[in-house]
Design a protein around this ligand. Structure first.
Ligand SMILES: Cc1cc2nc3c(=O)[nH]c(=O)nc-3n(C[C@H](O)[C@H](O)[C@H](O)COP(=O)(O)OP(=O)(O)OC[C@H]3O[C@@H](n4cnc5c(N)ncnc54)[C@H](O)[C@@H]3O)c2cc1C
Length: 380
């Protein structure tokens, strides 16, 4: 059990209602059709969560990682893929603009992103550069008052629907020579490629961003030329904490579904919840979920207090999605053949959750971050 403040409880309850009414009833349909629930996405603007971490002067809620994680957990229980699109917009695009852009850029872009009039994405990964994000090759040539962009971004959540893209580019030959731009689709700064078909997170559109001799005014540059590595690292912590929130939601939804099914399904003349092996599965998955909840909200709380950084963010990102995959697989097992079918949501939850072991940095990259830090500490 984690203790929320009154304001946090209000956000939780509001998001729980929203998820129950707007996300859960159509989650299966959007997963099957591989379609984006854009109606629900726009309504997220109406309930004030699209700018959860943005300043109130731009229409944001002015809150932090803890509040954002509450939204992720509640939405994630109902439809993880809509939640991933929400994360790409609110944490990868809006939060990056909030923390790194100039006042003029914030005034120009944040209000429409926060109401949902505009949809946003963030472009870091490329076809040849994923884990090695600092190696990216999308080029921005400085022409004085403007830049010319060439290259492409891969795996970009919301790509096809985005009006605004927060994009990292290369502006020099050294690895660290990276620069960030806020790009507008309407200005011809980017186009999007074909949608990418996926095993899970199917209601979250994924695609390419393409830059072909795109002329981009200098005013679109975020901070100074060469600031990108700093921008990237700064946002990754909150991204990792909040994506773990989606996995927490998935795990809790699996626990809830298993408790229900263990009471409903009878074999050998009694509900399967009477069998000790089923009891063990339910008891373990519920216990693990509660551990995740405490670890995650404690981390988010301390992150908001400035007490936690990259290492603990990597630890929650490593531990929680991994545990949630195991829980989702056990949930399928507990449902028997029905669990393997589309009749119950647990197979969707397992497919959706697998992404959280890859996106925002793979499990292996999290291990690298944690181990590097620990071993360096040991040397001191
Ligand atoms: C559905 C989805 C949505 C996404 N959304 C976005 C988005 O909105 N914006 C964005 O910029 N990106 C996005 N991504 C990209 C995501 O961040 C990358 O897929 C991820 O960082 C891994 O990169 P990669 O796929 O190129 O894998 P690779 O880096 O090629 O890794 C392949 C394998 O090698 C391992 N590996 C790599 N380097 C090492 C190493 N040094 N030591 C040990 N093992 C290593 C990896 O862990 C992995 O197992 C998304 C991806 C998906 C699938």
């Amino acid at each position: 059990m984690w203790y929320f403040s009154e304001e946090e409880k209000q956000i939780r309850d509001m998001c729980r209602d929203f998820a129950k009414n707007e996300l859960a009833p159509v989650a299966e349909k959007h997963d099957t059709d591989e379609s984006f629930n854009i109606e629900a996405f726009k309504k997220m603007g109406d309930i004030g969560v699209l700018g959860i971490t943005a300043d109130p002067e731009y229409g944001g809620a002015g809150m932090g990682a803890l509040a954002a994680t509450i939204v992720m957990e509640e939405f994630g229980k109902a439809c993880a893929s809509s939640t991933l699109s929400y994360l790409a917009h609110s944490i990868l695009c809006v939060n990056n603009i909030q923390n790194n852009a100039s006042k003029e850029q914030k005034q120009k872009y944040l209000p429409k992103l926060i109401t949902g009039e505009h949809i946003g994405c963030m472009g870091m990964s490329e076809p040849e550069y994923g884990s090695d994000a600092v190696g990216i090759q999308t080029k921005a040539d400085n022409k004085g008052d403007h830049y010319i962009l060439n290259g492409s971004k891969m795996w970009i959540t919301n790509a096809q629907y985005s009006d605004i893209a927060y994009v990292y580019t290369r502006t020099g030959n050294e690895r660290k020579n990276l620069s960030t731009f806020i790009l507008e689709k309407d200005q011809g700064h980017f186009t999007s490629g074909k949608p990418i078909h996926k095993m899970g997170m199917r209601a979250s559109p994924t695609g390419e961003l393409i830059f072909e001799n795109a002329k981009v005014d200098k005013g679109q540059l975020v901070g100074n030329e060469g600031d990108s590595v700093y921008h990237m690292m700064k946002n990754l912590d909150i991204e990792r904490i909040t994506i773990a929130g989606i996995s927490l939601g998935i795990a809790q939804a699996c626990v809830d579904q298993c408790i229900k099914y263990a009471g409903e399904r009878s074999q050998f003349g009694k509900p399967i919840g009477n069998f000790q092996m089923i009891q063990r599965m339910v008891a373990e998955m519920a216990t693990e979920t509660e551990m995740m909840r405490n670890f995650l909200y404690n981390t988010a709380y301390e992150y908001d207090q400035g007490k936690q950084g990259p290492v603990v963010a990597a630890q929650v990102k490593l531990a929680i999605p991994k545990m949630a995959t195991k829980i989702a697989l056990d949930a399928i097992q507990l449902h028997g053949g029905y669990g393997y079918s589309r009749e119950f949501p647990v197979e969707r939850m397992m497919r959706d959750n697998k992404l959280n072991e890859i996106g925002a940095g793979t499990n292996e990259v999290m291990v690298m971050i944690i181990a590097k830090n620990l071993l360096e500490l040991n040397k001191q």
